[in-house]
Write a protein that binds this ligand. Structure first.
Ligand code: ATP
Ligand code: MG
Length: 414
């Protein structure tokens, strides 16, 4: 149980840490990109402000005038209002044609910036209107290659992926360690609670036995002095104390099971024979509205405590009859693959799907079953008994159609 809580806590911690790291890395990455972009734009803006006067002069060039220098840090192209290139200092041959295509539908008076990928190169572009006497005479496109920065950020993605993987491993270990630490107080209080239940059940047994035998003595010794009402009261008290004794025994059994302090006989016994006897006995007690059938394979042996297995069978059969008004109850025993399989089926009220995972919990009883007497400990005891024999118990059910309990035990080795 604690392992599953620890695993769940580990998963929860790991998911939270991982999400945090992921968000942090993504935010960091995009912030750096934005920062770099702003830096480059600032450079372009500064260049534009510095050279603004020269640009204005070129706008009246009569013929297209292009100079080329691949080592330039910045390049620019000056266009007229009707998108005709008049002047340019370029660093990438042919780029102006691409820019013409891109900007020919844009309003000349509009300032804007954008990123461009062209022939495996990455550029940052800034478009500014060229004005004289408050009139727009054309526009200029300034640009700068940001290919190096782009490659840097691409490499950075890989670095961040590798770092995330390494951090994930670290997060896994850290989460597991923290979950282990967090579970210690839970474990301690659970151990205390188990010990309390075990001690209380144990301590209550003796006074209850004294109480019961005192009632017995009173009933015999004072038989002549007791009124009929007094006698009735003593019978009721004896019945109640008997029920309480049974409840204490069940609690004690479960407490010992929790503390791994159970000892049972380990004998080879004929499970087929035992189940046949239980079935015959049970068949005699069921109401006439219920039919019963048993399919028991012969000569199946089991190692363990036959009394405990009989008790498990009674718990399952008792439930089947308790929760079936009319219909059929069937029991089967067979060897399947490498296991011994016991099946107890009924066509009773069934169990709601939401309750299927709860019915093995201590004191759990569905609302539908509360009209009947019971403690809600039967299936918890059956499950503990099955586990003590290295077996497993499973339930399938359909509301209104019926329920099947299947118990698997390992086949004993010769
Ligand atoms: P007791 O401890 O006296 O047996 P109980 O029968 O209520 O009381 P469990 O045997 O542990 O307790 O069963 C738990 C709950 O599971 C029941 O209250 C019932 O709601 C449900 N249940 C168990 N077996 C069946 C069944 N065959 N058909 C329908 N519901 C069932
Ligand atoms: Mg029951």
């Amino acid at each position: 149980m604690f392992n599953s809580i620890r695993n769940k806590l580990t998963l929860l911690y790991a998911a939270c840490y991982f999400l945090f790291i992921l968000v942090f890395i993504v935010v960091l990455y995009f912030s750096l990109i934005k920062l770099m972009e702003n830096e480059q734009l600032d450079e372009l803006e500064s260049y534009y402000i510095k050279e603004q006067h020269d640009f204005v002069e070129h706008k009246d060039d009569k013929e297209k005038h292009l100079t080329f220098d691949p080592n330039r840090n910045f390049f620019y192209y000056i266009y007229t209002n009707d998108h005709t290139l008049v002047h340019g200092d370029e660093s990438f041959k042919g780029l102006y044609k691409e820019l013409e295509n891109i900007f020919q539908h844009e309003d000349a008076s509009k300032s804007m910036n954008r990123n461009l990928e062209w022939k495996e190169q990455h550029f940052l572009l800034l478009k500014k209107p060229i004005k004289s006497a408050n009139k727009v005479d054309g526009y200029i496109i300034l640009g700068k290659s940001v290919t190096t920065q782009h490659h840097f950020f691409q490499k950075m993605i890989w670095l961040l992926i590798v770092l995330t993987c390494i951090f994930s491993l670290f997060i896994g270990f850290l989460s597991n360690y923290l979950a282990g630490k967090a579970i210690v107080p839970i474990k301690q209080s659970f151990e205390k609670q188990k010990k309390f239940v075990a001690d209380a059940s144990h301590e209550l047994r003796t006074p209850l036995s004294i109480f019961y035998s005192s009632l017995d003595l009173l009933e015999i010794d004072e038989a002549n002095n007791l009124t009929p009402f007094g006698k009735e009261l003593i019978v009721d008290l004896k019945e109640e104390s008997q029920l309480m004794k049974e409840l204490l025994e069940k609690l004690l059994f479960l407490a010992r099971h929790d503390q791994n302090q159970w000892f049972h006989k380990k004998e080879v016994f004929d499970l087929s024979e035992m189940l046949s006897k239980v079935s015959t006995k049970f068949e005699r007690t069921i109401p006439s509205t219920i039919s019963f059938n048993a399919h028991i394979e012969k000569n199946i042996r089991l190692i363990g405590d036959s009394t405990r297995i009989r008790e498990i069978m009674f718990i399952l059969l008792d439930n089947a009859v308790q929760y079936t008004k009319e219909g059929t109850i069937s029991v089967s025993l067979l060897k399947e693959d490498s296991t011994i399989k016991i099946l107890v089926q009924d066509t009773g009220i069934g169990i709601h799907p939401d309750e299927l995972s709860l019915i093995f919990n201590r004191f759990y009883r569905s609302d539908a079953s509360r009209e009947r007497n019971g403690t809600g400990l039967g299936l918890a005891i059956a499950k503990a008994g099955v586990q003590q024999h290295d077996g497993t118990i499973h339930v399938t059910s359909q509301e209104g159609k019926g329920t099947s309990f299947t118990v698997f035990f390992p086949i004993p080795k010769d």
